[in-house]
Design a protein. Structure first.
Length: 440
């Protein structure tokens, strides 16, 4: 640690002298929506249980090894009151798909207790543990004492001997490598012990005892040599096994990546094909729908030509030239029955053209037409003419006819006016279908 660093370990000094802050092997404790999250750096302080953000950085997009430069930090209004603090909280904040924010990394840093690395590791590929905080100050790397003690071996702490790994190495290979390395170290120690025992035996100066026990010592020497050979053979076997394990792992990873790439490409092709098919089907459906609506309007237009509805000078309405007074008892029965017969035929054809099943069944028989309720009992049929009919039954038939008109209008989104003439409401339907803007 430099002299200036040890004298001024404050937030202000860090912001002025540090080049960057990094997190290596970022592994959020909670699941995030993206495998490669976009994160923002925050330098904070905890005051009486309240987290205060002092500096914010720009967002580093889609990285599990984000790096933020200190020159890109944006100070908050509150940072002026905390420039001389020595304890800060470093956080990585992820923005979710719903625009909410989540803290996926947080570590408290005492600037007076940062631990330096013995050699730079910025441009290498190292066996670095997850969620490791690194601060680049004066072209040297520093981390917290807690992280250093937890994640780095004792040799790395005192000698800076950081082991370089192949980029395809994963945790399973690391575990196998560690076990093989421990076996090799144990074998070497055992060999050294055996060699020391052999040397001690050969250096004995008691010639009498050496002569009398020569055969025993010779046998012991052979035994020790056999054990040394066995240990060396085990060492060689472990080295070969490690190399084979590494080769198999690399080949398997490459094959899995190729299969995954091919599968993704196939799924993408299927998705694109499905989208094209759906768009074509949608266009066909819209075309058919348009043609069907056009056909309905054409049929209604022809139907309106057959049964024209007009308003007379006296304020009454007529269908096909036959006046239908608002008071159906104000004209002769034959005239009223003929007008009602035309109306029944018009409604019957319009409901078929528009594909609207009516609640009441219309039975067209010219001036002797009927209307039927198929729901009640075996079906009640009422006449739409006065001659030989009770007034109550005739009035009820006219009411059912008005309900049929109301159903037809509401099915097409046209407002039904109960106080208007029955032919006026039918005319409103034709106006809306022929010229929607005028009808509205």
């Amino acid at each position: 640690m430099t002299e200036s660093f040890s004298k001024h370990p404050t937030l202000k000094w860090m912001v002025q002298n540090a080049q960057s802050v990094m997190i290596r092997n970022l592994a959020p404790e909670r699941m995030v929506q993206s495998a490669l999250p976009s994160t923002r750096l925050e330098l904070c302080t905890d005051t009486d249980g309240k987290m205060i953000t002092l500096y914010k950085s720009n967002v580093t997009s889609q990285s599990l090894n984000p790096t933020w430069t200190m020159s890109g930090l944006v100070p908050s209004a509150a940072q002026k009151d905390y420039l001389n603090i020595k304890n800060i909280i470093v956080r990585a904040v992820c923005t979710n798909a719903d625009k909410s924010e989540s803290v996926i990394f947080s570590e408290e840093v005492n600037l007076t207790q940062l631990v330096p690395f013995k050699q730079p590791v910025l441009n290498g590929k190292f066996s670095i543990p997850i969620n490791l905080l690194l601060i680049n100050i004066d072209d040297a790397l520093y981390t917290t004492e807690r992280s250093f003690n937890i994640f780095f071996a004792r040799t790395a702490k005192y000698t800076g001997d950081v082991f370089v790994l192949d980029e395809e190495t994963d945790p399973d290979t690391l575990a196998t490598t560690s076990a093989l390395s421990e076996g090799i170290a144990a074998s070497q120690i055992h060999i050294e012990v055996l060699r020391k025992g052999l040397t001690t035996t050969l250096q004995k100066t008691d010639l009498v005892r050496l002569q009398t026990k020569k055969n025993d010592r010779q046998a012991e020497l052979e035994k020790l040599r056999a054990e040394v050979a066995a240990a060396e053979a085990e060492l060689t076997q472990n080295t070969i096994a490690f190399a084979e394990e590494k080769r198999i792992f690399a080949a398997g990873r490459k094959a899995e990546m190729m299969e995954s790439t091919a599968a993704c490409q196939e799924l993408l092709t299927l998705q694109q094909s499905a989208r094209v098919t759906i768009n074509n089907k949608k266009q066909d459906w819209l075309k058919i729908k348009f043609l069907l609506e056009a056909r309905k309007i054409k049929l209604l237009s022809e139907l309106q030509t057959i049964y024209p509805i007009e308003r007379l000078d006296n304020g009454e309405f007529a269908i096909r030239g036959v006046e239908m007074p608002a008071d159906l008892y104000a004209r002769e029965d034959e005239q009223v029955a003929a007008a009602l017969g035309y109306t029944v035929h018009l409604l019957l054809l319009a409901s078929k053209y528009l594909e609207i099943p009516l609640r009441y069944q219309l039975l067209f028989m010219a001036s002797r037409s009927f209307i039927r309720d198929p729901v009640v009992g075996n079906g009640t049929t009422l006449p739409l003419f006065r001659r030989g009919t009770e007034r109550e039954r005739f009035d009820r038939a006219v009411l059912w006819l008005k309900r049929a008109v109301e159903q037809l209008l509401q099915s097409r989104g046209v407002t039904y006016e109960p106080n208007q003439h029955i032919l006026s409401n039918i005319h409103a339907l034709f106006s809306c279908e022929m010229c929607p803007k005028i009808a509205i």
